[in-house]
Design a protein around this ligand. Structure first.
Ligand code: SF4
Length: 246
């Protein structure tokens, strides 16, 4: 019996991949992005354990709503931290004709990634910044590792949507998005780019986490609380300016 730890299950979402999709938010993430909207997924032990069969039944109940383009998206947290569970979930979904997407920061490579990518129809890859320094400072992750993951996607020919959150006074400038365009230009697997405006809706979540886990209060700090939200028009204008070659 395969078990995994998830944060939550969203029956029908429309923003994480094409069409109507069930989104499985996996528990646990090694990164600590300064603008993270899901800090409640960080600590592996805070999630709930589910059996694969139970989750699969939920997915199958939603299948009629997926239409031609929908399916499931494994998000998080970071799904690649539970490769056996995620790979088997995707494998079973594909057996039932359900499209599978992986929403990831690309922070895990090697055998774990290989396992999951074998059953991944589409990857939503966050390329959060374009250099090692910003990655370290704002996410705790690595630019090099992300690029290694993109290489893997390219070598496997997995259709990929590159995503980036646009944060005022951090990366909301033409130079930054043009650099992103340059970085992804050689990768034919990249089919789409989404620039997502930074929003501050997650402030109450950080407060809730500090209350619930006072011993970890210092960890649950919303580092970008002082930043303004990014207007949707700004992200749209930057997209135009970047001239992505897709
Ligand atoms: S990768 Fe960053 S934004 Fe995504 S869950 Fe982890 S910390 Fe949050």
């Amino acid at each position: 019996m395969i078990k995994g730890r998830i944060h939550s299950f969203l029956s029908m979402g429309t923003v994480d991949g094409p069409g109507v999709r069930s989104v499985i938010f996996m528990q646990g993430c090694p990164l600590r992005c300064a603008y993270c909207h899901n800090p409640d997924t960080w600590d592996f032990s805070h999630g709930k354990e589910v059996e694969l069969e139970e989750l699969l039944q939920k997915v199958l109940r939603c299948k009629p709503y997926y239409g031609e383009n929908g399916g499931i998206t494994v998000s998080g947290g970071e799904g690649l931290l539970q490769p056996e569970f995620v790979a088997e979930l995707m494998r079973r979904c594909k057996q039932k004709g359900i499209h599978t997407a992986l929403d990831t920061s690309g922070c895990v490579t090697g055998e774990a990634a290989e396992k999951v990518l074998e059953y991944t129809d589409l990857c939503l890859l966050d390329v959060k910044f374009d250099n090692e320094e910003d990655y370290k400072e704002y996410t705790g992750g690595s630019f090099e590792k992300t690029m290694e993951f993109l290489e893997l996607l390219e070598s496997k020919g997995i259709p990929t949507w590159v995503r980036r959150v646009i944060v005022p006074s951090v990366n909301d400038n033409e130079d930054s998005v043009k650099k992103l365009a340059k970085i992804i230009k050689p990768y034919t697997c990249v089919k789409k780019v989404e620039l997502l405006p930074f929003r501050k809706l997650c402030t109450p979540k950080y407060e809730m986490m500090r209350e619930q886990y006072p011993e970890q209060a210092s960890e649950y700090v919303f580092k970008f609380e002082d930043k303004e939200s990014c207007p949707a028009e700004k992200a749209k204008a930057l997209y135009e300016a970047a001239e992505f070659n897709l």
